[in-house]
Write a protein that binds this ligand. Sequence first.
Ligand SMILES: O=C(O)CCC(=O)C(=O)O
Ligand SMILES: [Mn+2]
Length: 206
Amino acid sequence: MLMVMATLSLFSEPQELLPFDGSAILHNRFFDENFTREAFENLRESTPWEQPEIVMFGKKYPQAGFSTWHTDTGVSYVYSGIERVAHPMTEILHEFRRRCEAVTGAKFNSVLVNLYRDGRDSVSWHSDNEAINGREPTIASVSLGATRRFDLRHRETKETVKVDLEDGSLLVMSGLSQQCWVHQIAKTAKPVGPRINLTFRLVQSV
Ligand SMILES: O=C(O)CCC(=O)C(=O)O
Ligand SMILES: [Mn+2]
């Protein structure tokens, strides 16, 4: 299996991670440290965290990590057999959204906020290919707090791209990235602090 390790210099330009079949552009240090530190605390305190149960092979398991769905559409988000309640957008989420819209030229009306308390919290291989995201969604993913590794794997060739998502980074996935690739944040045995991730989306009512 061919593996591509993305090498990133300290003050790198936005970098395309995918060799083909879609786009995933990483902007390192997109948000500055002072802003992310405050935003992290704000989100950690004010988010009504939920730990939904996902259904696998007919059994219920708590999802490995907490998350909350905010939207100004009122549309609930259904994935892996669970339905996420629609919470309103908040001021800090509006601010992140504004910055994500400015750099991508895309519009977003919803965000899934994820908390990874430590290396045991993870999100397993999946793609954000539910119908409400549309066929070729642009998804803006913001990382705050501890660095975690993000993996992308092509569905057919199995080609894998691995990259560290650092505090303040913005990853913009678009085009065929959700159709042709899956992604994950794997568990890690290394000692890592908490991380919050925001994935902005434009959902349609279907
Ligand atoms: O935490 C991340 O960087 C990815 C989260 C993710 O894939 C999702 O919310 O769909
Ligand atoms: Mn995802």
